[in-house]
Design a protein around this ligand. Structure first.
Ligand SMILES: [Cu+2]
Length: 279
């Protein structure tokens, strides 16, 4: 079957319109705390650190665009104005002190300018504020265990739930934290290196056997925030999601009471039970 150019054009236009509709639709339906179809930006921010990351990302994006356009413009000028045809007798100039000082100093100043917000963000991430709650996340092949040492010292396992949405992100037992509170997350690995990552909180930290790493977040809105193990840790690396449910103080207090009883034995399930439907 042959298609005329007009028909091909119409097909392409149709595809473009469909793509655009999907892209804008995806953005419109973007939910807090999880990826959206056709998403091409960072996830919506749910913490002060992520607000800062988004700002820094956008700032660098504008800067790098301006620099790239400037260099492109210089290249175009050189190609058009100084080619052999347009400029048959080239200048023999080899040095220009002013320009050489400028093209050394200006990039240095730009880098120093970038380093200021960069270090500010780094310190915001690494300098832990006083924590209201500590949760210890232990990466295991292939699920997470969450321990609450402040609240009655209970611990439970969190496994991917195959019958839950969003697909590959829903879990049986979510990590629950109160809203607008500084949560200190301690991570470690029980077998190999895993990594605890929740994009909307701007959190990503390795969970290493024999070591206790620390990070923090403060969720500013209630809801469920999803993340994934972000260090290749074996065959089910892709199937050990993280789900953090952010609730009000009262809801958190009542959840703690239930959790203390429910997880009194130190976990409700073993990895073997993960094959069956989630409870
Ligand atoms: Cu892992």
């Amino acid at each position: 079957m042959t298609m005329s150019m007009g028909r091909v054009g119409r097909h392409l236009l149709g595809l473009a319109v469909a793509g655009l509709t999907l892209a804008t639709g995806g953005a419109a339906f973007a939910e807090l705390g999880q990826p959206a179809p056709w998403e091409w930006t960072l996830q919506q921010s749910g913490s002060p650190v992520m607000d800062n990351i988004v700002w820094f990302h956008n700032f660098l994006f504008v800067l790098i665009t301006l620099i790239t356009l400037f260099v492109l413009a210089l290249l175009v000028i050189v190609v058009v104005k100084f080619n052999a045809k347009a400029n048959p007798v080239p200048s023999r100039t080899t040095h220009n002190t002013l320009i050489e000082v400028a093209w050394t100093l200006v990039p240095v100043l730009i880098l120093v300018g970038i380093s200021v917000p960069s270090f500010r963000l780094l310190f915001l991430q690494l300098d832990l504020p006083k924590a209201d709650l500590t949760v210890k996340a232990t990466g295991k092949q292939w699920y997470w265990s969450y321990a609450y040492p402040d609240n009655g010292k209970f611990e439970f396992d969190s496994l991917m739930a195959q019958d839950k949405q969003p697909r590959l992100l829903g879990v049986d037992n979510e990590m629950v934290v109160p809203v607008n509170k500084v949560i200190r997350v301690q991570t470690t690995g029980a077998d190999v290196i895993h990594a605890f990552a929740v994009p909307a909180f701007g959190v990503k930290i390795d969970a290493i056997p024999g070591r206790l790493n620390e990070t923090w977040f403060k969720a500013t809105k209630t809801g469920v925030y999803y993340g994934q193990c972000s260090e290749l840790c074996g065959k089910d690396h892709a199937f050990m999601p993280i789900a953090v449910r952010v609730v009000s103080d009262q809801e958190f207090a009542s959840w703690v009471e239930t959790a203390k009883k429910k997880y009194a034995s130190g976990g409700t399930n073993t990895y073997a039970s993960a094959a069956g439907p989630a409870q």
